[in-house]
Design a binder for this molecule. Sequence first.
Ligand SMILES: Nc1ncnc2c1ncn2[C@@H]1O[C@H](COP(=O)(O)OP(=O)(O)O)[C@@H](O)[C@H]1O
Ligand SMILES: [Mg+2]
Length: 168
Amino acid sequence: MSEYVLEMYGIQKSFPGVQALNNVDFRLRPGTVHALVGENGAGKSTLMKCLFGLYSIDSGQVYLQGREVSFNHPRQALEHGVAMVHQELNQVPKRNVMENLWLGRLPKKTGFVNEKKMYENTKKAFSELGIDINPRAIMENLSVSVRQIAICAGQRSMMRCSTVGRRC
Ligand SMILES: Nc1ncnc2c1ncn2[C@@H]1O[C@H](COP(=O)(O)OP(=O)(O)O)[C@@H](O)[C@H]1O
Ligand SMILES: [Mg+2]
């Protein structure tokens, strides 16, 4: 098995009149964190969007746990445990943290949203990472960085549910 959880080789991506990515390699070991740094327009977002299936790559290979993958849609990326938290916030500011986290996959009980389960799931997602954010806090009252942390924790929890087969 590959020592890398993710490998990207020779990634090329052009838009009309601009080559955004020219032969980019990126490798990621399990349990590591990388910061992709570069000036505006360097191609950071494009590389992540190629990985997430939002953009199709012109050429190059992507391997997840040693297996070649080619995502044509973010849904496929999510199914393989790849999530993306977008730089541009696309949340519902008047709703609370947990509703934003579970948007589109709200735990339901006899047709109604299971508020208790949603609270418990959110608390668990946060406590696993030692994060102290009130799941009932209204999104717009939090700083952008705290909102991003909450969304990241929610994505991580969702990934673990889908990839580790945990009961959620
Ligand atoms: N959807 C798009 N259509 C056309 N050009 C794009 C598109 N997305 C990004 N680009 C161009 O690709 C280059 C890389 O952009 P981007 O990946 O957003 O850079 P970064 O995230 O590092 O600031 C820039 O020249 C940008 O104008
Ligand atoms: Mg960007």
